[in-house]
Design a protein around this ligand. Structure first.
Ligand SMILES: *Cc1c(COP(=O)(O)O)cnc(C)c1O
Length: 421
């Protein structure tokens, strides 16, 4: 459920007309609903109660500091994958003991940053990383709390670019080698082993792969305990999918996911962490764009809009589907017209949808891409020197620009012509 609904024929974000935001901010822009973000976070905490738990929002899905503050103020933890994301969490006021650090390539600088600022745990992904973290923490005279990410060799049955739990993926250590690696971790100075981490992929639309992975984690917990390790925390990753195509998909709900967690690992007496990104942020955001031209094509007409692949890359990168809706509801219920929806970037890949049936649209009409809150703004670039587009947050009847569109001057000033040229 989200808070983007038509009222009197015009699309609203909570109590704000999307067209009013467009008039003030200009298109294209992202708009997020505070109520939707909060609701999704709350669904997860409720699904895990009464287990001791922390829901760590995967910042990489939507990293605006205002959004992080909103979730952090509700009690959310944060899952960061870089020093930059760590800084964002801190800037949002999230205390270090609610920040977990994931990722296969943490640098020593990033480790130092997190150890200085405070960290709940590092999710270590390899033996070289284990040794590096041991060195860094020891040299600082401190101890780093860690879990080790295991790769359970489970097929997440999702898009190959976002599956992370098969043995040929770069993530984690093979679960078959866990005993060996935990034994090494226990011997290294500056590390405190507290648990196990697993994350098998993103946009999972079935619970089965989670079930397989979490059962393996439960078995591993008992084995590692019998080998003398303290396993008091399980980080079960993120990955629960969302319905991108409302008409024909209904992925599992957080409630069912929570029940699965209780069933598979609830008896172990561990504190549970999960790291959802997309399910919290995805349907909390729209990308709003304006039609520049309608161009007749040989096969279907092209709807050329002012958003492009640099603003929302998922369709060209993953072949992803985003529902597209008009900002002004077409009352006439006229026959749908079929369009190829494309942006202005000079690549054929700059296509949001092919042969998509939509209400008939004309120049200057506003449209909205649904489910654009996750992996939207964060993956944007300035390809074709198109300025990064603004992000807007709505709460009830208020809205604010939470990231402004840069001026061309700012963009050009980032380049420097050397004196010797
Ligand atoms: C990407 C990622 C997540 C979040 O995945 P979603 O599909 O957005 O829920 C969580 N944990 C790790 C380690 C990740 O890489």
């Amino acid at each position: 459920m989200d808070h983007f609904l038509y009222r009197n024929g015009t699309l609203h974000a909570e109590d704000v007309a999307v067209a009013d935001i467009a008039a003030q901010v200009g298109t294209p822009f992202y708009v997020y609903s505070a109520a939707t973000l909060a609701r999704h976070y709350t669904l997860f905490t409720e699904a895990l109660s009464p287990l001791p738990h922390l829901v760590c929002f995967a910042i990489k899905s939507l990293s605006n500091v205002a959004v992080l503050k909103l979730l952090g103020d509700l009690g959310a933890g944060m899952d960061v994958v870089s020093g930059g994301e760590y800084r964002r969490a801190v800037a949002a006021g999230v205390p270090g003991d609610r920040i977990v650090f994931s990722g296969v390539g943490k640098t020593r600088e990033e480790m130092r940053l997190a150890l200085e600022g405070g960290i709940r745990q590092f999710n270590v992904e390899s033996e070289p990383e284990l040794r590096a973290l041991s060195e860094v923490a020891s040299s600082m005279g401190t101890t780093a709390p860690i879990t080790i990410r295991v790769n359970p060799d489970v097929d997440a049955r999702t898009h190959e670019k976002i599956a992370t739990g098969k043995k040929d993926n770069k993530f984690g250590i093979p679960i078959s080698r866990a005993s060996e690696v935990y034994a090494e971790a226990a011997k290294l100075p500056g590390l405190q082993v507290i648990g196990i981490d697993v994350h098998i992929g993103s946009q999972l639309t079935e619970l089965e792969p989670f079930e397989q992975a979490y059962k393996k984690v439960a078995d591993l917990t008992l084995r590692l305990r019998s080998e003398g390790h303290t396993i008091s925390r399980l980080d079960l990753g993120g990955g629960l999918g969302i319905p991108y195509e409302r008409s024909n998909s209904a992925p599992p709900l957080p409630h069912d996911y929570g029940a699965l967690i209780k069933r598979t690992v609830g008896h172990l007496g561990c504190e549970i962490e999960i790291e959802p990104g997309r399910l919290i942020s995805g349907n909390s955001g729209l990308l709003v764009s304006k039609v520049i031209y309608v161009k007749s094509g040989e096969i279907s007409d092209f709807l050329i809009v002012d958003a492009a692949m640099n603003d929302l890359v998922r369709p060209s990168m993953y072949g992803a589907h985003h529902d597209i809706i008009p900002v002004t509801e077409s009352k006439a219920a006229t026959e749908a017209h079929t369009y190829d929806v494309v942006g202005p970037v000079c690549e054929t890949g700059d296509t949001f949808a092919k042969a998509r049936p939509l209400a008939p649209l004309a120049e200057d009409d506003l449209i909205a891409f649904r489910s654009a809150g996750a992996y939207g703004a964060v993956m944007a670039s300035e390809y074709n020197t198109r300025p990064l587009i603004p992000e807007v947050l709505v709460k009830d009847d208020q809205f604010a620009v939470i990231r402004a569109r840069p001026s061309y001057e700012e963009i050009l000033n980032r380049d420097t012509i050397p004196l010797w040229l």
